[in-house]
Design a protein around this ligand. Structure first.
Ligand code: CO
Length: 141
């Protein structure tokens, strides 16, 4: 079992963080928390937070840094919009092993480094009823 502790963030694929930032910040009223580059995925991410500190929900905008980025491929195929749902978990390595031995298809069989020093892994949408699903173990690296 994944035993999700909550929604960690919702990922949204965008062509340009700068272009969309005013909507999230000024129209929606979310707090901009900064951007970070994740070179391994050739992606630049921006986080926005909603809700009280300690219990906030975050939105993650993902902008490709090159045509090799999985986000560039997603944008080319499906255009901008909802990309993934990320759940907070503990013991990510053990969860992935258990999922694998239960036959759940994984994109990442081992945790890798995401933004903010979090360990992350993606499950394959064919095992999650077509919703690209990310598991996040905060603050590992
Ligand atoms: Co994410």
């Amino acid at each position: 079992m994944i035993d999700a502790k909550g929604i960690h963030h919702i990922g949204i694929a965008v062509h340009s963080i700068d272009e969309q930032r005013p909507f999230y910040e000024n129209t929606l009223g979310a707090r901009f928390e900064g951007t970070e580059e994740v070179p391994g995925q050739q992606v630049r991410v921006a986080f926005f937070a909603l809700g009280p500190p300690g219990a906030e929900v975050r939105l993650e905008l993902l902008e490709p840094m090159s045509d090799e980025s999985p986000i560039a491929k997603h944008l080319a195929k499906r255009g901008p919009g909802l990309h993934h749902v990320a759940y907070a978990v503990s013991d990510l390595s053990a969860r992935l092993q258990a999922l694998k031995s239960n036959g759940i298809p994984l994109i990442d069989e081992k945790p890798r480094r995401g933004a903010h020093g979090n360990a992350i892994a993606f499950l394959h949408p064919k095992g999650t009823h077509s919703v690209l699903t990310e598991l996040v173990e905060p603050g590992v690296y």
